[in-house]
Design a protein around this ligand. Structure first.
Ligand SMILES: NC(=O)c1ccc[n+]([C@@H]2O[C@H](COP(=O)([O-])OP(=O)(O)OC[C@H]3O[C@@H](n4cnc5c(N)ncnc54)[C@H](O)[C@@H]3O)[C@@H](O)[C@H]2O)c1
Length: 335
């Protein structure tokens, strides 16, 4: 891989995303590697400022709020060699032409997976105790429950759908909780699952056996409604479904029916549609807990994204292999 000599870099993201991901100490490290002007952070690729910045840019440091990078942007940036994304998925951000022109692409999805895994562990602990539903009941009645339904995570069976970056972190963190770990992922062999501490099972089996099921596969044509009415019906009564992946992986209407019948509890950080319209049944059921897509990096956690992107730029400058490299071929399998 070619090395760069103190390349010119340009930020393209919302100002809040830049400030969150690149607090002063991270910015200082970045400045040692590249020539970048944080005062010029692009939120649009048209206009004279953008044209001047793109003309010299060798690295585009993108993040949340960056407009789509397409052929027009590449035309305006003839020296551009790399897009380093200080956030998760690059699918919506980068036009296929970016890959076709041979640009190096890196994503900080691995860094964004950490808070999602932490959120998931928190929700598995609370879900297993029925804590969120009991808290709601307590809030409305002011009485301690007579016969708490709390079951606890110890000894439970947790089904993980997808050995993705998030899914692998969840499996690893679950090692300390005394649970049985099941994994469904068509790309993973039983031996690989075993090395992740899990038993590889098909999805129907995983549904039948999971006290708690957590979804971590990417949104792909083949994962749409992966958890449909039939599979939701396979879950044991009282099971908890956690979805931090994408709403499209679960059939919303079927989930509403199963939760309304009291068979399932759901913790949803993502929904289909998103946002849910006001008054949607999922927002009104006592056993459904919806958070507004906050499992990924928030506030202080965002510095992980800038840390990762800065380390990537360091590797790029030194001509070393990237940790978050994304190729056109990866896109069919990743988030
Ligand atoms: N809620 C949030 O704030 C938030 C933040 C980050 C990521 N996410 C979502 O979390 C999920 C995981 O993200 P990631 O970056 O870890 O994903 P990833 O890109 O690492 O996922 C790719 C992996 O998914 C697995 N996979 C592919 N097809 C599958 C299938 N049909 N069934 C099961 N597994 C399959 C494979 O192991 C593949 O390597 C994605 O849906 C992503 O959009 C949500």
């Amino acid at each position: 891989m070619k090395t760069f000599v103190r390349p010119a870099a340009v930020f393209a993201m919302a100002a809040w995303a830049r400030d969150g991901a690149f607090p002063p100490d991270v910015m200082e490290r970045l400045h040692r590697l590249v020539d970048v002007d944080p005062a010029l952070t692009l939120t649009a690729f048209d206009g004279p400022d953008a044209a001047a910045a793109l003309r010299d840019a060798e690295i585009l440091i993108t993040g949340w709020g960056c407009p789509r990078v397409d052929a027009t942007v590449l035309h305006a940036a003839p020296r551009l060699r790399a897009c380093v994304h200080a956030a998760g998925s690059v699918k919506e951000l980068l036009d296929p032409v970016v890959f076709q022109r041979g640009l190096t692409v890196s994503s900080a999805a691995e860094a964004n997976a950490v808070p999602v895994a932490e959120y998931t562990i928190a929700m598995l602990v609370l879900g297993a105790k029925d804590a969120l539903t009991l808290a709601r009941g307590y809030g409305s009645t002011g009485r301690l429950p007579n016969a708490p339904q709390s079951r606890g995570l110890l000894g439970a069976t947790v089904g993980v759908v997808g050995a993705s970056r998030v899914g692998r972190l969840v499996l690893a963190r679950l090692q300390d909780f005394g649970v049985t770990r099941l994994l469904h992922d068509p790309t993973v062999t039983p031996e690989q699952a075993e090395r992740l501490g899990a038993e590889a099972v098909d999805l129907d089996d995983l549904c039948r056996r999971s006290d708690l099921l957590t979804v971590h596969a990417p949104a792909l044509p083949e994962t749409r409604h992966l958890l449909d009415d039939r599979r939701l019906a396979l879950l044991p009564p009282g099971a908890v479904l956690i979805n931090t992946a994408r709403g499209s992986l679960v059939d919303t209407d079927a989930l509403v029916r199963h939760c309304a019948a009291g068979r399932l509890t759901a913790v949803l950080d993502v929904t289909d549609p998103e946002p849910l319209p006001p008054g949607h049944p999922l927002l009104r059921m006592p056993n459904v807990h919806v958070t507004p897509h906050i499992a990924g990096a928030q506030g202080r956690e965002m510095r992980r994204l800038g840390d990762f992107a800065t380390a990537e730029i360091g590797r790029l400058v030194r001509g070393q292999p990237l940790a978050g490299s994304v190729s056109a071929d990866d896109l069919a399998l990743i988030a």
